[in-house]
Design a protein around this ligand. Sequence first.
Ligand code: 1GP
Length: 300
Amino acid sequence: MLKWLLAHYKKSLSLHYICIIIFVPFIPKGKIAFVIFSKLGIFWKNYSDLMKIYNYLLDTIECKGAAYLILIDPDKIAGNKLISFVKKCEEAGVDGLLIGGSLMMNGNLAKTLTDIKQNCTLPAIVFPGGESQVSPNADAILYLSLISGRNAEHLIGKHVLAAPLIKHFGIEPISTGYMLIESGSVTTVEYISGSRPIPRNKPEIAAATALAAQFLGMKFIYLEAGSGAKLPVPDEMVGCVSSLLDIPVIVGGGITTPQCARKKVECGAKIIVTGNYFEDEQNWNSLTEFSKSVHVKLDS
Ligand code: 1GP
């Protein structure tokens, strides 16, 4: 992370130096050009600072072929278990952590984020179930709009309540079109959001919905089978959506083997999310295998 920040900082500084070297000898024309390029440099620096986690994810996709995120539910992983887990995630090559969920019973989101920040350098991105999960300790927040449903609260209502808090805390919002996909049984997110998932045998509905979100300016599409889903998002649907879009597709829910994760990436997914599987400590020794299966570019 530190390396990445330094690289971006240097990039913006180097633009200024290039301007000085090229244009100063040609003052006054050069002076005007210098001012313009300096402004561009400052703009670039501010922009990259504002969008640093989004840019980090794009860079990761570019370098590794796809990114691997792990979802942490503060109800399920906390205390010493959380500390050991996030250290293992970092060692295993995981690219970032999502924190949150549709329903939180006891979990302390703020404490979870603090523990994560103190024990690893992975970006901590809130995956919110509602506006109460906006936390100043987060590096970014997936600004999810539930575009597969027609429940106005989850399309825009919650966002109105969350927006001033996000602005106040200075958290980076990453606008994401969130799509529930039927996965064999009713999932928590489906029940809580009161919205129907897209039928799993209708990839064309998923593709048209995702395309609409891209046209609306969203940065990612998240194809969600639901946490602990019986069946993950079908490969055919991942392929159909990914091939139509220019923005990266996130796939999560019900992924419990490295082979399944790899298959989703081969079909076009650019970010893979797993959650439930690693709530059981006995599975932690397969973290590296999962991570490698997602990082197709490093593997080839
Ligand atoms: C849920 O996609 C994530 O939002 C992860 O799902 O817990 O089933 O891996 P799992």
